[in-house]
Design a protein around this ligand. Structure first.
Ligand code: SF4
Ligand code: SF4
Ligand code: SF4
Length: 258
């Protein structure tokens, strides 16, 4: 059911995840704006998120600053989208009772029929999304292209994010404001391939070449962030192991002295 299709046939601009905000982030990096003094913002790692519903209920805002998005480079454009349809749907139509989303925030649009298979595009009507993660959980059964991110134009950037405190998987991070997003690893790989293809086909078209370079900058930014997290995690594990070893030695010394 996770039939892959050539997304470029559907979309001129594959990933429309964080949209213009994300592009602004990449442009910021291109312009070399990242610095130590840069303000930090809250963001969540969709690879860690288990769509537990805390994002909808724990935010200090009445309607959460966390919203769903669809990463089109990962989407299968499935007819029977497990993120869109309620598990026990009665019919494959857009009637409210057949939709998983409690607020009707997912828009299903027919794209094309190919070899007898129908393909649909799923976009999120952001103002309607409450960040409940129900669609994210459903989509995880297939390609996992639906995921959540903190919307920076809504987030109050609380000193202690109430969701971060409640998050069972420690998925929340402080990231540089110019980065804006945390992409799934698979999404980064898909974007890297698209960027390389775009660069190769750009030829002498300066605008297309610039677009491809911005995609690559976005990829590199994500890869740098992941590498830094892994470095911090390794350093932390080493500190813990050294601490445990030192504590073990002290216990041994106490036993010997006694
Ligand atoms: S609290 Fe954490 S695990 Fe739960 S939905 Fe939010 S990011 Fe995902
Ligand atoms: S996160 Fe919840 S409210 Fe938002 S689109 Fe998905 S199911 Fe609908
Ligand atoms: S920082 Fe505050 S406003 Fe932003 S997501 Fe967390 S709780 Fe909500």
């Amino acid at each position: 059911m996770s039939d892959k299709v050539d997304r470029r046939a559907f979309l001129a601009d594959g990933i429309r995840t964080a949209g213009t905000v994300a592009l602004a982030g990449a442009a910021g990096v291109l312009a070399g704006q990242s610095s130590r003094a840069e303000p930090m913002v809250w963001q969540l790692d969709p690879d860690k998120c288990i769509a537990c519903t805390n994002c909808a209920t724990k935010c200090v805002l009445d309607v959460s600053a966390v919203k769903c998005l669809n990463c089109f480079d990962m989407c299968g454009y499935c007819d029977i989208c497990t993120g869109y349809y309620e598990m026990g749907y009665l019919a494959l139509d857009t009637a409210a009772e057949n939709q998983a989303c409690p607020t009707g925030a997912i828009v299903r649009r027919f794209v094309e029929e190919r070899s007898g298979q129908r393909f649909y595009e799923y976009t999120i009507d952001k103002p309607l999304c409450i960040g409940c993660g129900k669609c994210v959980k459903g989509c995880a059964l297939m390609n996992g292209s639906l995921c959540m991110q903190v919307e920076h134009d809504r987030c109050l950037d609380c000193n202690e994010c109430a969701i971060a405190i409640a998050c069972p998987t420690q998925a929340f991070y402080r990231i540089p404001a110019s980065q804006t997003e945390i992409m799934k690893r698979k999404a980064v790989t898909a974007l890297a391939s698209r960027a390389q293809r775009a660069l190769q086909s750009a030829g002498g078209d300066a605008a297309k070449r610039q677009e491809a370079l911005e995609m690559l900058a976005r990829v590199e930014q994500q890869q740098r962030w992941r590498a830094e997290q892994e470095r911090l995690q390794t350093a932390d594990s080493r500190r813990r192991t050294d601490g445990d070893r030192a504590a073990g030695t002290s216990d041994e010394e106490r036993t010997t002295n006694a």
